[in-house]
Design a binder for this molecule. Structure first.
Ligand code: C2O
Ligand code: CU
Ligand code: CU
Length: 549
């Protein structure tokens, strides 16, 4: 168990009785107590306006009786929640205690390129980095993680990721639940796969770079199906999809409403009531749930995505975390109005930049999966639109009615599962040169020395982001700004994705248009990055640097 939490002591007694009462139950033996949800510790600036932390190796117990070697920020796995206020300047004192170079990227923070912690700001083993970050953006749930090229994937797998919580006065006045770990609960959702020796599976072969990491264990704040004993009343859940690649379709086990109050870069204008929400790698959503009755529920991941992402246990509704709101009653209601967002301009600026995500080897990457029987018709399994349906005999273990649609279930036969798992685990790693050239943006794989393009500083800009001839989901992230999605393949985004965003998901051959504005600059020595947040894609070249001036 990680020791991220200071609140483990809150958990008293077994909760198996309650779990059994839920409609969705777990595979866990009924008499095994669930671990307590670890709560990342809040870290604020000291009197010198500094925060110091380091990256270090550790061990954690994810599997009974086996130790896993991990990385963490001042913790065996994951790290603290840096609590910052709009208007302050914070100096970070970061030390790299790993034996490999790393960087610390402040995902979602609007700061100049040289402070951004991208691939160009390497921190050598044993070295320190002391950036002073000016915090000037609305209250939001952001995060930080390594961005060294091309080892971001493996450093995040081992555990490097932490939260950044920005507070501001307007949000203070709303009276949202704000007691950390009591009615304001961070939930970092990730998936992992383990080798027989208990170590994290971590290999960049054609299958894993094409599809991204395919875990078979879900972790929330580093724990397997933990339980959060929380206050009774309205709860605020700060969700981060901290997975390398996996998207989640999340719902409450008892179908209670999820009121989305915030997206990547801050609060929405008003709460959006949803029964289920989709999250992609790197995205954050803040939701409120009505827990006034004290009845427990599970946050559940529904089967979704491409067939390979529906391997067990993600082939059925999977409980991720139990929320047990049986603590002291807290007051507070859901505000009707949240934040003021600037209205979108009546006339959008002309498109100044196109970004096309390229997978140069996706057909080759998908072929063995199709041969294994994981057939869904197209290269990446999602483009059902113009793909001719496969004859049933080629459909392998997949029921054709499963389609590639969201949450349609569809079990994959055990024989197909076994063949696909073998491909994931046993295919040899690609030679590095092949990995780095497997993907790209606008036809080119990532280059550390050449920025792909330049953007105007302080201007409203419209970018169009699309994919090449694959149809895979790509959650595309842009550094140096928070943007608004103005079009998803010609449609307005759903209300819960219409606020501040730093990731725009595209899939099925679709595109998205975003409205952005860079207040700071980034030069060629420390450019901003635009990339797919599937880390295996990012580390295979689906990233470009760009300058702002
Ligand atoms: Cu969350 Cu460029 O990264
Ligand atoms: Cu980022
Ligand atoms: Cu991608």
């Amino acid at each position: 168990m990680t020791d991220l939490t200071r609140r483990k002591a809150l958990v008293t007694g077994a909760v198996s009785g309650t779990i059994a009462a839920l409609r969705l139950t777990t595979a866990r033996a009924a008499n095994t107590p669930q671990p307590a949800l670890p709560i990342p510790s809040e870290v604020r600036t000291n009197a010198q306006r500094e925060i110091s932390f380091s990256a270090r190796v550790g061990t954690a117990n994810f599997l009974p009786g086996r130790n896993t070697r991990t990385y963490g920020y001042d913790a065996p796995f994951l790290g603290p929640a840096l609590r910052l206020r709009r208007g302050e300047k914070v100096t970070i004192d970061f030390t790299n205690h790993l034996s490999e170079p790393t960087t610390v990227h402040w995902h979602g923070l609007i700061i100049p390129g040289y402070l951004d912690g991208g691939p160009h700001q390497a921190v050598a083993p044993g070295a320190q980095w002391r950036p002073t970050l000016p915090i000037d953006q609305p209250a939001a749930t952001l995060w930080f993680h390594p961005h060294f090229y091309p080892t971001t994937t493996s450093q995040v797998i081992k555990g490097l990721a932490g939260l950044i919580i920005i507070d501001d006065e307007e949000t203070d006045r709303l009276g949202l639940p704000s007691r950390w770990g009591i009615n304001d609960i961070p939930l970092i959702i990730q998936d992992r796969r383990f080798q027989r020796d208990g170590q994290f599976f971590d290999r960049m072969n054609l299958t894993t770079i094409t599809n991204g990491y395919v875990g078979d264990v879900a972790l929330v704040n580093g724990a397997r199906h933990p339980v959060a004993r929380t206050a009774r009343g309205w709860l605020r859940l700060r969700l981060l999809d901290g997975s390398n690649a996996r998207s989640y379709l999340l719902k409450a086990s008892d179908d209670r409403s999820l009121f989305v109050i915030g997206s990547d870069g801050g609060l929405l204008e008003s709460p959006v009531e949803m029964k289920q929400i989709t999250m992609h790698a790197g995205e954050r959503f803040e939701i409120m749930v009505d827990c006034r009755t004290g009845a427990p529920f599970d946050l559940v991941a529904m089967p979704t995505g491409e067939p390979i992402m529906r391997l067990p246990p993600f082939d059925a509704p999977l409980p991720l975390v139990t929320i047990h709101p049986d603590g002291a009653e807290t007051s507070g209601t859901l505000p009707a109005a949240l934040a003021k967002l600037p209205p979108l301009p009546a006339t959008l600026p002309p498109i100044s930049q196109e970004l096309v995500m390229n997978m140069f080897r996706d057909k080759e990457g998908m072929a063995p999966l199709m041969q294994a029987g994981l057939g869904m018709g197209t290269a990446s399994g999602m483009a059902m639109g113009n793909a001719s349906p496969m004859p049933a005999s080629h459909a392998g273990g997949m029921s054709m009615t499963a389609g590639a649609g969201m949450s349609m279930g569809g079990k994959i036969s055990p024989a197909v599962v076994a063949r696909v798992v073998k491909l994931i685990e046993d295919q040899p790693a690609l030679p590095m040169a092949q990995q780095l050239s497997a993907m790209g943006i606008n036809g080119k794989s990532f280059s550390e020395t050449a920025a792909g393009f330049t953007a105007q500083r302080g201007q409203d800009l419209r970018w169009r982001i699309s994919e090449g001839d694959d149809a895979m989901p790509h959650p595309v992230h842009v550094h140096g700004c928070q943007f608004r999605i103005v079009s998803e393949s010609g449609q307005k985004p759903e209300a819960y994705r219409a606020g501040w965003k730093d990731i725009t998901p595209i899939s099925n051959g679709g595109y998205s248009e975003i409205l952005l504005n860079f207040p700071h600059s980034a030069d060629v020595k420390a450019p901003y990055m635009a990339h797919c947040h599937i880390l295996e894609h990012e580390d295979s070249g689906m990233m470009t640097g760009f300058t702002v001036g």
